[in-house]
Structures are given as C-alpha cells and as structure tokens.
Write a protein that binds this ligand. Structure first.
Ligand code: NAD
Length: 511
C-alpha cells in the first residue's frame, strides 16, 4: 500500500523491483543477473533493481506461453467471459492502485505526477474497452448458390511477443496486452529497460485476477537478447513492437526470415499546421500541449510547427509566452509541468540538436540550455526550446529528436503547407488549425499520417486508432482495429450439395 504522498515527494519504498514472472511464478534471472534503473530526476537514487533476463529466460517465457495456448489453459481460448472478467478486473485494480502506479511511472520516466495520474486512468480505460470487446468477436457466414456454406471464423493469432518502449509505459503496454488477451492470445512481454517496474507492477496486479498461469509472462532484460529471441523464435506467432524506427527496421528484417506476423509502432516527426484564420489562443495552447508533454518524449509530439506567414508573429509570441511559463523540475511536485529527459545519452542527443540549430543559424526563440542549480544538478533537465526559421529539409526538420526541441517553419499557402507536412520519412500524426472547416478537412486528407487532429492536439481516445503511415510503422492499435491485429481469419467451407461426384472433380476423374 502507498502511504500519503507529501507534495514534491514520492511515498513508495525504493528500490522498486522487477523479477521475471513466468507461468504465474516470480523468479530471478538465470544466473542471478540484475540491472539498475536510476531516477532521471535524481541520479543519486536507484529507482529500480530488475532481473536481467537471459536467452534461457526468454525461452522459458515463450515455452510457458506456448503451453498455455496449446493446452487452452483454463479454457482461455473459448471462455470469453473469463477474458472479459480478467480485463475488467485489471482496469478496476489499476484504478484502486492508481496513486502507486502513477508514482512508479513518474519515478522511472521522470514524468510529472500531473501527467502520470491521467496516464494510469488512460491505461485502465484501454483494459475496460477491450473487456467489452472480448465477447463480441463475431465471424461471418455466407451461403453459396449451390447451398454450400462459408464460415469465416476469427481466432486468436496464437502466442504473441510484445516489446514496449519507456515513454508512456503503461498505456503502451495496455494497447498491446489488452487486445491480445481479449482475442484469446497468450503473451510474453519484454518491457523497456528504463521502465521495468512499471510493467511489473501491472503484470503483478493482473495476477490478482483469475488469469490462468502461463497466459501472461514477463521477461525483462536486454532488447538484443530477450527482445531478439521474441523476434526470431518459431514459437512466437506474432510480434508487436513499439520503439524507434531504426530498431523496428531491424526487427522487420529478422522477422521476415520466419514470415512472422508483425505490427510496428515507430517514430514520428509530427507537423502542426496553423493557418492565418486560426484562433490564436486555442491553436497556441493546443500546440504547446503537444510540444512539451512528457518533455517532448512522445512519438506523436508536435515537433514541427508550420505557421502561415500572416499569423506567424502572433502565434510565435503566444507560444513563447506559454513555453516560458512552463515549470520544469521535480516530477513529484504537483506544480511541475515538465520533468527531466530519460537519460544522460538522451540529454546529450537533445543538446546536440540544439547545437546543430544554433550552428545552422536558425533563430533560438527560447530555451536552449541545460538547467543547472538547486534541484537540477542531479537530473537530466533541459529547457523547453523553440527554433524559428527552420529549414524543413535540415536535420531539425527531418529527424526525430525525442526531447523538448521544436522547429518553426513558415508557409505561404495551403499547397506549401501540405507539401512541407509530408516532406519527411515519418507519417504518424499531424494537426491542423483553420477556421475554414472545408479547408481543414482538405488538408487533413492531404497529409499522409495515421491521425490528423483538427482543432485539437494529442487526443487519443481508445475508441479511435493509433498507427503510422510511411516509416512510422504498420498496423493499428486501439479501437476494433487494435483487436483485429491479434486475430486470424479462418475459412471453414461446408459442402451443401450432397453430391458424390461434384462438377469440378470431372477435371481429374473420368466417368
Ligand atoms: P527502442 O527502439 O530503443 O526500444 C524499444 C524496445 O525495443 C525496448 O523494450 C528495447 O529493449 C527493445 N529492443 C531494443 N533493441 C532490440 C532488438 N534488437 N530486438 C528486439 N527488441 C529490441 O525505443 P525506446 O527508446 O524505448 O522508445 C522511443 C521510441 O519509440 C521513439 O522512437 C518513439 O517515437 C517510439 N514510440 C512510438 C510509438 C508509436 O505508437 N508509434 C509510441 C511510443 C514510442
């Protein structure tokens, strides 16, 4: 249980842990290896000590999931009511333990509590949504003119390997685990190494439900060992991955050798287009929310602000004011708007992009510095940063930074706006702000991205979808599409003619 949390402090006991959880049993890694996750807001503190899963552990997790699937453990494949109950109960347990879960996420990610608390609620909503779908997986039936019957039945795809990133650890996990379980799959989950405890806390709670042993297995450990085994093992029927585009490309190439089914949720470089007729205040607030939520460490973060030249100055002035008012600091404090970035290497990457922007001669509007002094020295704190006059074809306009650095570029008309929005390798999300709805709709249709928001930013209702065009991935999460990602369709054909010698047989058999 979590005791009362004083503002600015976590009340959970450290270090957190993340053992293996295979076949319903917790355990250490083979050989006893462990790894530590530091608190990114205070690197003198160890947030988590996790089991360093080995190849052998990955194989044990896969074998457990395979056995559970092949033996139909607890009638898991047929009993949708059990699956429904497990998912509903998970949502309930998450809500009952919301404060603890939010603290775990906040600690491991450096996510401000003000964002971590709704993050837990959003993850619980995902479990609830798929609980409602578990008993609604209908097939189709069709009768041919000769009376024969085609039945199209939907079946779970089998044993699935789920590899998740660290940035929104519980919603990312829920988007895969919940639909996979609703479909009747069994799982091996490999969490990101920055956020193992967040994954474990969820999986542990799920084992307080009636989930049969072996249906959900957790194997923390290196991506190149545990993750790689999930990609290549013949006992994994489908792999669902969220992470960097570079890792995704490697995984796609490896998975191809086994013709393994894969879904990939990869990087982004989201544009936000604001036209001259936009409501400056509403558009600026929407943009800033997308720019600096979770310190810009979001695949759908607003990273390219495209402004029509007539509104450029007004919007830039307002977003600069809003950005300067962002309180950066201790994620455990209720007033904090932005925490640290995830790691020393990520801080360095962010600094390199800032240096690139300065060297390229783009105008640094605000930010650009590492934060130093009281409360900052032991964490990876960077100021929210905006560059104006950025050439969209430069590295700042093209590459995913995954930090609080935004590129502003001006456009002259609708055609140029759409051209700039599409002139990147990614196509995950985008936003459009114009008072002229037909134009906003035209632009939304013209942008090649999986989601385009009109008059909003970063809305992710579970009833909708999430997924990318181009190098942002393949497949869709959330909604009914997210469930279909974990289903196979089988045709069962039943003769309805009753004939012994059916007309086509004459092609081979005489008389
Ligand atoms: P990452 O690619 O470094 O790691 C993701 C996961 O893959 C981790 O669990 C990691 O251990 C594992 N992994 C690493 N190498 C592997 C390998 N060779 N084989 C198998 N698994 C391996 O990404 P990250 O830093 O955790 O996450 C940030 C990235 O994720 C960003 O690029 C972001 O855009 C992307 N992301 C995308 C979405 C989306 O929905 N499209 C959502 C969140 C994050």
């Amino acid at each position: 249980m979590t005791s009362q949390r004083a503002d600015g402090q976590y009340s959970i006991e450290l270090p957190l842990s993340c053992p293996l959880l295979i076949d319903g049993e917790e355990g250490a890694a083979t050989g006893g290896g462990e790894f530590q996750r530091e608190n990114p807001a205070n690197t003198r503190e160890v947030a988590t000590v996790a089991a360093r899963g080995t190849l052998e552990d990955a194989r044990a997790g896969i074998a457990a999931a395979r056995r559970a699937f092949d033996s139909n453990a607890g009638n898991w494949l047929n009993n949708y009511k059990l699956r429904e109950q497990v998912l509903f109960r998970t949502a309930q347990l998450m809500r009952e333990n919301s404060d603890r879960l939010a603290q775990v996420v906040s600690l491991e990610v450096g996510m401000p509590m003000r964002q971590a608390v709704p993050h837990i609620a959003a993850a619980a909503d995902i479990f609830e949504f798929y609980a409602g779908l578990a008993g609604k997986i209908y097939g189709e039936s069709f009768t041919l003119p000769n009376g024969s019957l085609i039945n199209l039945v939907k079946e779970p795809v089998g044993v699935v390997g789920l590899i998740t990133p660290w940035n929104f650890p519980l919603t990312q996990t829920a988007r895969k685990v919940a639909p996979a379980l609703a479909a009747g799959c069994t799982i091996v989950l490999k969490p990101a190494s920055y956020t193992p405890a967040a994954a474990y806390e969820l999986v542990r709670l799920m084992h307080e439900t009636d989930i049969p042993a072996g249906v959900l297995n957790l194997v923390p450990g290196p991506g190149t060992v545990v993750g790689s085994e999930l990609v290549t093992s013949r006992d994994i029927d489908k792999l669902s991955f969220t992470g960097e585009t570079g890792t995704g490309k490697m995984i796609a190439a490896q998975a191809a050798t086994e013709v393994k089914r894969i879904s990939l949720e990869l990087g982004g470089k989201a544009p936000y287009l604001i036209f001259d007729d936009a409501d400056v205040e509403a558009a600026s607030q929407a943009a800033v929310f997308g720019m600096f939520r979770n310190a810009g460490q979001a695949c759908g973060a607003t990273t390219r602000l495209l402004l029509e030249d007539g509104i450029h100055d007004q919007v830039l002035e307002r977003i600069t004011q809003l950005t300067r008012a962002i309180e950066v600091g201790n994620p455990a404090a209720n007033s904090t708007d932005m925490g640290p970035v995830i790691s020393a290497s990520q801080e360095q990457v962010v600094q390199e992009y800032i240096k690139f922007g300065m060297d390229a001669g783009f105008e640094l509007v605000t930010g650009g510095n590492k934060l130093q002094g009281d409360g900052y020295n032991d964490g990876y704190y960077v100021e929210p940063t905006i560059f104006d006059g950025v050439d969209n074809s430069s590295r700042l306009g093209q590459e995913e930074i995954f930090g609080p650095v935004v590129a502003v570029t001006t456009f002259r008309d609708e055609a140029e706006a759409v051209e700039l929005a599409n002139a990147v390798d990614f196509g995950l999300v985008a936003g459009v702000w114009s008072a002229d709805y037909p134009r906003a709709m035209r632009v939304a249709r013209g942008i090649r991205a999986g989601t385009v928001w009109i008059w909003d930013n970063y809305a992710q209702p579970v009833e909708g979808i999430w997924g990318g065009y181009k190098q942002s991935g393949m497949g869709r999460e959330l909604g009914y599409h997210g469930l279909e990602d974990f289903l196979e369709v089988k045709q069962i054909f039943t003769d309805g003619t009753g004939l012994t010698s059916k007309p086509p047989y004459g092609q081979v058999i005489k008389g």
